[in-house]
Design a protein around this ligand. Sequence first.
Ligand code: NAD
Ligand code: MG
Length: 380
Amino acid sequence: MIKNISLLGATGSIGRQTIEVAQVLGITISALTAKSNVELLEEQCRRVKPRLAVCMDPGAAESLRVKLADTDIKVSSGMEGLIEAATLPGTEAVVTAVMGMVGLRPTLAAIEEGKHIALANKETLVCAGELVMRAAQVKGVEILPVDSEHSAIFQCLQGCRDRGEVKRLILTASGGPFFGRKREELEAMTVSDALKHPNWSMGAKITVDSATMMNKGLEVIEAMRLYELPLEKISVVIHRESIIHSLVEYCDNAILAQLGEPDMRLPIQYALTWPRRAPGPAKPLDLLGCKALTFAPPDEVNFPCLSLAKEAARTGGTATAILNGANETAVGDFLAGRCGFMDIPRRVEKALRTVKAVQEPTLDDILAADAEARRTAEKA
Ligand code: NAD
Ligand code: MG
């Protein structure tokens, strides 16, 4: 079990639950980071007593420094601060729970220092999965999934000695708040409609991604990178109840699944205790009390984001960074009231058609593709 972590994105949905799990398991948290929520970060610092606290926003860092003047917690800011937290001497692992591709550089820096990664920040693997997985292999560090579907698959793969025996991975998807709706209806959906997720309480960006089904598209790419499998070996099934978190089908047609209440504290905990298990705060599942489990195919016509993500996965190279950059920008615009719900797939599609993908990209190629995709999606 991991004993000492840095937590990037401490004030978010995954970050707050990670603190809860770490406290139950007795794991030390040496660094906490946030974008700008000084009040919550101060409260967390007083509770957790890290060595380092980081605000991305320099003004917020300054006010945190004043608030924490009576403690010996060091306060840093910006990308440099995030990297300082990710590479802090003495920590064994970094929990990456920031939202978006901003997590890429700190993740690579942490791997370079030999830290294991408990990865919630899927955008990093979508943009630069090959670079990240290669760096982890070279350094001999583990990339442990926190995303519930990928944790379920990871759990179902324990004991599998030969990845060639895996016929396919089956990712479950709740379908989000707009399951069953048609394109014309989706055009009129508002921010508050999109933020009403049926089963999970998460940050705003991933909740909108769940409503467009882009979240499942990003997760297909995340699974390809984590488990080194081609697109054809990853399928998606709608499972409205979010009790089965994903499945692995083996070559003998056995299907293994992981079940549980929709509760992120379990996958967060498994990433930290793996290969062991420990009693923890996640809710137990009452099989006799739970709803009937249902399955349906995804609707890629009315929810085009899933097929756009598969298209980017097929193109490869920087195409997945283009997909992600355009999506982050479009979702940000939707949340700020600057575009409609169905403008999200339209803008992503425009970026995929306009920005040229580069194969076998370097980090610079990926950062450039991301920047160009963001500019293209903004202008759409
Ligand atoms: P959130 O919006 O609740 O929290 C995001 C955290 O990142 C906050 O601490 C915020 O301060 C920080 N942050 C945001 N923008 C930043 C920036 N530009 N620079 C530095 N820090 C920044 O998000 P969340 O729901 O906790 O999701 C975090 C990550 O985990 C995402 O990649 C998401 O896809 C993934 N994830 C979340 C869930 C979930 O249940 N919430 C499940 C699976 C995967
Ligand atoms: Mg997920």
